[in-house]
Design a protein around this ligand. Structure first.
Ligand code: SF4
Length: 363
């Protein structure tokens, strides 16, 4: 299976925690110019499209495009007939008309940036919507016929308590949707929060409290029928994200748009992150992957998934004995961070919380 990731790097405002490739556009002309060049880049991968089975339009904020701009973008992708077609949206820029357009062009999955159902926390994050916006949008999408809906939520925000987490999870249940991505807040370089941190005005959450929130979320969602299939992702009724599963299983995907990256024909591709450079030539660099780098990636990404990695498959694919190549795995087993069950090596619950300590083994 191949995927296509399309990056729309425009936002109406900048959230205080965000380190994605994004900017507030100077004007509508800037977006139009970008979309024209994006179409050129999409066409440049034409020979792969028969095999593309997922499209993911992410950002930035794809839903802030006007109906005309979205139409232009969807028309640029018309040649592809994916099984899963996702667009990210932010609540404040959604309209019924845009929902109808999604449906018309075959979009069958929406991923919405909700982050919290508490308006004070949304304000603290500098989000542009209110919690009351969420329910009508979900109902509207369902009435249009788009029922595959995921929301993003964030925990470990300073000031957040377990009561906030429980409230967010209860609101999620009321929405009756099949997928949620629940991330912990990461203090990323060059963000507003990072600058506040340097000035002493931002105090990251205590690690024990963060672990409590994560465990609470895992248990709550499990008891309500959501399967945790990846460190931060939970699905009901097998509604896994096919597109993201491509990343975690080292499948091939094309990345188009500013700052996008891909993995195609054994090359990792990295697009330019600056607007003028991207408009000029798209690609910043591409690097040939060796068996060694692919093995590393397959272990690191594969262990993100709760089912883990098949030891026999990895060993025969790369002609290695896993425990000989990485004897330190035994230490992590003793520490209770990973476990071998049958043919599978996977993270334990504790390992899920401390994944980086395991991933470091393979770098
Ligand atoms: S979190 Fe999303 S909406 Fe906020 S600045 Fe980043 S890309 Fe834009």
């Amino acid at each position: 299976m191949k995927g296509l990731y399309v990056h729309i790097p425009f936002c109406e405002y900048i959230c205080h925690y965000c380190d994605f490739v994004k900017r507030v556009p100077k004007n509508q002309d800037m977006i139009d110019t970008y979309l024209i060049r994006l179409r050129d880049e999409i066409i440049s991968y034409e020979q792969h499209y028969d095999k593309v089975e997922t499209i993911y339009i992410g950002g930035g904020t794809p839903s802030m495009l006007t109906v005309d701009q979205l139409t232009y973008l969807f028309e640029s992708l018309l040649r592809i007939k994916p099984m899963e077609y996702t667009i990210e949206l932010n609540p404040e820029s959604y309209t019924h008309e845009k929902g109808l357009l999604f449906k018309k062009y075959g979009v069958n999955r929406v991923s919405m940036g909700v982050q919290s159902f508490n308006d004070d926390i949304l304000k603290y994050l500098n989000r542009g919507h209110k919690s009351e916006d969420i329910t009508w949008i979900i109902n509207d999408l369902k009435s249009i016929g788009i029922r595959d809906i995921s929301i993003d939520l964030i925990f470990a925000i300073p000031g957040q308590t377990l009561d906030h987490i429980q409230y967010d999870l209860e609101q999620l249940l009321k929405l009756d949707i099949d997928h949620v991505s629940y991330y912990s807040l990461i203090l990323e370089d060059k963000t507003y929060f990072y600058h506040q941190y340097l000035k002493g005005n931002f105090k990251p959450m205590d690690e024990d409290m963060e672990a409590n929130m994560y465990e609470f979320t895992m248990n709550f969602l499990k008891s309500h029928g959501y399967e945790q299939y990846e460190i931060s992702n939970y699905a009901r009724n097998n509604h896994y994200s096919l597109h993201n599963s491509i990343y975690w299983t080292l499948g091939e995907y094309i990345g188009v748009g500013m700052g996008a990256h891909g993995f195609i024909d054994n090359y990792r591709t990295y697009n330019e992150r600056g607007m003028s450079q991207y408009l000029d030539h798209f690609l910043k660099e591409k690097t040939l992957q060796t068996d060694e780098t692919k093995l590393q990636d397959e272990l690191i990404f594969g262990l993100r998934m709760t089912k883990g990695i098949s030891i026999s498959q990895i060993e025969s694919k790369y002609n290695v004995t896993l425990m000989d190549k990485y004897p330190q795995i035994s230490d992590k087993i003793k520490l209770g961070l990973v476990r071998i069950e049958g043919d599978y090596l996977h993270l334990t619950k504790e390992g899920m919380m401390l994944g980086n300590q395991v991933f470091m083994l393979f770098v």
